[in-house]
Design a protein around this ligand. Structure first.
Ligand code: HEC
Ligand code: HEC
Length: 330
């Protein structure tokens, strides 16, 4: 009898280890490039599951009213439909909530690129007074006395501090948000020439001919650069000089990270400040060539579009909606 207990313990440990290490196979969409994963945060089923739970749990905000999911809705490609999103007590931030799809392919985060990786990004909304208005210490205290989170986070990241486990788990979940099953993807990446109709195909051609693809490039429709498109002649109007917030350089005033266009038809209003209401007005903006600004990209040049061409371009942008993804549940 006296040997039974240790044996059970050993078996218990073994089976818990196996579960911990159950790798999570990321379902990269067909035709999308391979990805590099951070060595200290390879996805496992438990990590992803915990990250998802934490993403939608208001426990991360000071008064337990706001979760990450309060501003990032799956049905809207993980963006929202507000100009700027209300955080705790209805407080408003100053930027439009972006989509969170295919983040695994992005190189830096926020419109100004102020955060280099997903793990670090998690801290920003928790501590932002207009979002969750809390602090990591407070979150960790809550998680430490939580009957389920504390043991599960320890199991997912054995021997690591809770701050480490929290940020890694949410980042692991975010890396699973992969969108690549739109009509356009079936056409372009999966070789189904009938997946786009003639109008959408004309729109795709215009997207290339009018230079949109020079910036909105690759599977994520972003070349990851910071660009001033001449949205304003003076970016001081609301105190958001874009990339300059990070670099302090005059030459970065008004430069914003090229946004992804995935699920773009669902994520109005548009631009970093949500100042453009719909896709038609976005196209009017680009066709007019933008305001004069000393940092404006030379690639932003006025062009002429017939009403038919404009409708074609919009039809193409609408073909980027991935219904399987936005209607999915995990
Ligand atoms: C009150 C609304 C709000 C809440 C709550 C919120 N976000 Fe966001 N999120 C935003 C806004 C607005 C931005 C754009 C900020 C910027 O560019 O400066 C953003 C940007 C991001 C980005 C960067 C995406 C990119 O492509 O650059 C990620 C990732 C993200 N949020 C994840 C989260 C996570 C994880 C949480 C919860 C811990 C969270 N958000 C909570 C509004 C919110
Ligand atoms: C020189 C680079 C460049 C070119 C060319 C360009 N864009 Fe953009 N686009 C950007 C940047 C940068 C932003 C974000 C600007 C901001 O928020 O201030 C943007 C924003 C957008 C948005 C809003 C995205 C969102 O989530 O708010 C859409 C839609 C868009 N572009 C479509 C187009 C189309 C269509 C064309 C071609 C007619 C085009 N772009 C050409 C760089 C470019």
């Amino acid at each position: 009898m006296r040997y039974l207990l240790p044996l059970f313990l050993v078996l218990g440990l073994l089976s818990s280890c196996q579960k911990e290490e159950q790798a999570y196979a990321l379902a990269l969409p067909p035709g999308f490039p391979e990805v590099e994963l951070p060595e200290d945060n390879l996805p496992t089923a438990l990590r992803v599951e915990l990250g998802k739970r934490l993403f939608f749990d208001p426990i991360l905000s000071r008064d337990s009213s706001i979760s990450c999911g309060s501003c990032h809705f799956r049905a809207l490609g993980f963006a929202d439909n507000k100009v700027v999103s209300p955080g705790i007590a209805g407080r408003l931030g100053f930027r439009n909530a972006p989509i969170l799809t295919n983040l695994i392919y992005r190189e830096n985060f926020f419109f100004d690129g102020g955060v280099p990786n997903l793990e670090l990004q998690v801290v920003a909304p928790i501590e932002d007074t207009a979002e969750m208005d809390f602090h990591l210490g407070g979150v960790v205290e809550r998680l430490a006395r939580h009957p389920e989170y504390a043991p599960l986070l320890e199991k997912a990241y054995p021997g690591k501090p809770l701050t480490f486990a929290l940020t890694r788990a949410i980042a692991s979940y975010e890396r699973t948000l992969l969108s690549g099953q739109s009509a356009f993807d079936r056409y372009y990446y999966q070789g189904d020439s009938s997946a786009l109709n003639d109008q959408e195909k004309r729109g795709w051609q215009l997207f290339q001919d009018k230079g949109c693809r020079d910036c909105h490039a690759g599977p994520n429709f972003s070349n990851e650069e910071f660009i001033n498109i001449g949205l304003y002649a003076d970016y001081n109007y609301n105190g958001d000089p874009g990339r300059r917030r990070v670099t302090a350089l005059e030459s970065d005033i008004g430069k914003f990270k090229v946004p992804s266009l995935r699920n773009i038809a669902l994520t109005a209003p548009y631009m970093h400040d949500g100042s453009i209401q719909n896709l038609e007005e976005v196209i009017d903006f680009f066709a007019a060539g933008g305001e004069a600004h000393f940092n404006k990209s030379p690639e932003i040049q006025a062009f002429v579009l017939s009403p038919q061409e404009k409708a074609d371009l919009i039809a193409f942008l609408e073909s980027l909606t991935d219904w399987d993804f936005v209607q999915g549940t995990d």
